[in-house]
Design a protein around this ligand. Structure first.
Ligand code: SF4
Length: 342
């Protein structure tokens, strides 16, 4: 049996959603009733802090307020329905959770991983393996770490025992938070009753205003020559992830970089794009870009991968009607630009 403090800390768990469901609160009451004023304030803070800072600060609020502010924030994000906001919000909720998970009791961590995320994970029985506390079956591990770029996550750098990857507590907490980020991105936008839109109109407009203010500053370095809006869905999605400072797998980084270079973006402009990453290294990034441009080594200018290659890396994202008729992202771009896509 868990208390309200726990549910407020981990509002994404099965226990928390079960608790909120049995309260049977009408989402209209959440936005209109005076009793939920603090919930609204905290819920708005969750969304705005995600957007502005990419994280949610842990302010002390009453446990029930904190818990209810989570579904409230998810309703707002769903009604705004913007992929950039969803990614930003998912990332911020994951970082907030990590702050708690890292200090959590071992059994609690295990419980969250198994009950909420259905992870195939167990405690390490062998005493000799300290500081490794958890073990995860390697296929689950590979699936969970596919977007994590740091070298420490590569399977080749991990300790394996009978098909299980051994994990330290800090690493395990990080994987749970990564799982939360992906789950949030998958679940949002929620399917909501259209009637809710009128009740939430003011707050949705407020979020839109901040989004618009932020987006020009993100797009300021997109060159006039490259018509980003004519890019295929996969490239738009990868670009959005890069702009949000998210982990983008190596193949994804290569694909978007080669694509941008091929449609006329300058090396310096792409460097500026990547400068938002915490592990940004200008010298290394410049060298890699020059390599893709053919200025080093084989002197081959690389094109982005074809659609079939992107599909094998699960990077064919949200294909649209035009995608049915092309085999390469650059063909999509050219058809859109020339207006012969109809
Ligand atoms: S079909 Fe090709 S261009 Fe379209 S989203 Fe998939 S990979 Fe991108």
């Amino acid at each position: 049996m868990v208390g309200l403090e726990y549910l407020a800390k981990y509002p994404f768990t099965r226990e928390a959603s079960g608790y909120v469901a049995q309260l049977n609160i009408n989402p209209v009451d959440l936005i209109t009733e005076r009793a939920y004023l603090n919930t609204r304030e905290r819920g708005k803070a969750r969304v705005f802090e995600s957007l502005e800072f990419g994280l949610i600060q842990n302010k002390s609020s009453e446990h029930l307020t904190e818990l209810l502010s989570y579904p409230f924030a998810r309703i707002i994000v769903s009604l705004v329905n913007d992929r950039y906001l969803i990614r930003r919000y998912a990332l911020a909720e994951a970082k907030r959770a990590y702050g708690f998970l890292i200090n959590e009791d071992t059994n609690r961590l295990l419980e969250i991983a198994q009950r909420t995320f259905g992870l195939n994970v167990r405690l390490v029985e062998e005493n000799l393996t300290l500081p490794f506390i958890f073990k995860m079956y390697f296929t689950d591990y590979l699936n969970l770490t596919e977007n994590l770029r740091a070298i420490e996550w590569k399977l080749i750098n991990r300790l394996l025992v009978k098909g299980h990857v051994l994990l330290r507590k800090r690493e395990f907490a990080r994987l749970i938070s990564e799982n939360l980020k992906r789950k949030t991105e998958r679940e949002l936008p929620l399917k909501l009753d259209r009637k809710l839109e009128a009740h939430y109109e003011n707050i949705v407009q407020e979020v839109h205003r901040v989004l618009i203010e932020r987006k020009p500053s993100m797009e300021v370095f997109l060159p006039k020559k490259a018509e980003i809006q004519s890019s295929p869905p996969c490239m738009k999605s990868l670009l959005g992830a890069v702009q949000a400072g998210e982990n983008v797998p190596h193949q994804g980084r290569f694909a978007i970089t080669a694509f941008l270079l091929n449609i006329g973006m300058k090396i310096d402009e792409i460097i500026q794009l990547y400068s938002a990453f915490p592990d940004f290294d200008e010298k290394k990034t410049r060298y890699q870009l020059e390599h893709i441009c053919g200025l080093h080594g084989s002197h081959i200018k690389y094109a982005p991968p074809s659609c079939s290659t992107l599909k094998t890396f699960n990077l064919c994202l949200d294909p649209d009607e035009l995608c049915q008729r092309i085999k390469h992202p650059l063909t999509y771009y050219k058809l859109k630009l020339s207006g012969t896509n109809g």
